[in-house]
Design a binder for this molecule. Sequence first.
Ligand code: HH2
Length: 268
Amino acid sequence: MRVLMGVLNVTPDSFSDGGQFLDPGPAIEQARELVAGGADLLDIGGESTRPGSEGVTAEEELRRVGPVLEGLAGEDVRISIDTSKRAVAEVAIDAGAEIVNDVSALRSDPELAALCAERGCGVVLMHMLGTPRTMQERPSYEDVVEDVKAFLAERIELALASGIAEDRIWVDPGIGFGKAVEHNLELLRRLGELRALGRPICIGTSRKSFIGKLTGRDVDERLGGTIASNVLARANGAEVFRVHDVREVREALEVADVILGRRNRAQA
Ligand code: HH2
């Protein structure tokens, strides 16, 4: 499986595309662009989780994403909703979203797991140490890969116990969420170890700050690092790629998959 998840942040303050798609018109246009670039799924979010961010109310999140979800209702595109709140997820599912991408891995809102189970939607369970406001204050681990793996195993159990079907669960190590540069690199290097969890691995490196720290590049100049990290994540077993630059990353993965022997040229 290879799924390209195009990022669409309907926020004033996301670290990369903040403020660009706050109005429904430009947001819907961007959604169409991501689909034209080969996105299999659009990940729509109304709350920034960048380091230091405070969070917004469900009402505010809905005010942002509601019109975009409505605007995309008639379009042939699969949608995941990037939220930790039941109230937001419910409206998104009613509007056709199939997946809830929860950076808190069902920890923030005790009612979200039951909603996902009832409505039969997929979930992305992501690892985060701390909260967005505090997560980059000296993150520390015994062994980052083992710690993330144990956390994700525990969250899979919780999801299953809540009635979410196993084949609807994806896991994500949460690159940049309570991790120093070396933690992110270690997770990418040893990503294959998360395959033991038995669920598809989703990875989100797109334009993130560890790339900036390695290359000295600003957020809108991190495509090279984004491609390198996604290609290596692919080689190490990732199946879902959450990216802003869908066309470029998709093409890189197509070439990588042929080289890795996972596809032949005709399939690519
Ligand atoms: N990263 C971000 C947000 N949601 N979801 C998953 N599953 N994995 C990720 O790595 C991930 C995520 C942060 O990136 P972005 O949405 O671009 O920025 P912001 O949080 O500032 O809106």
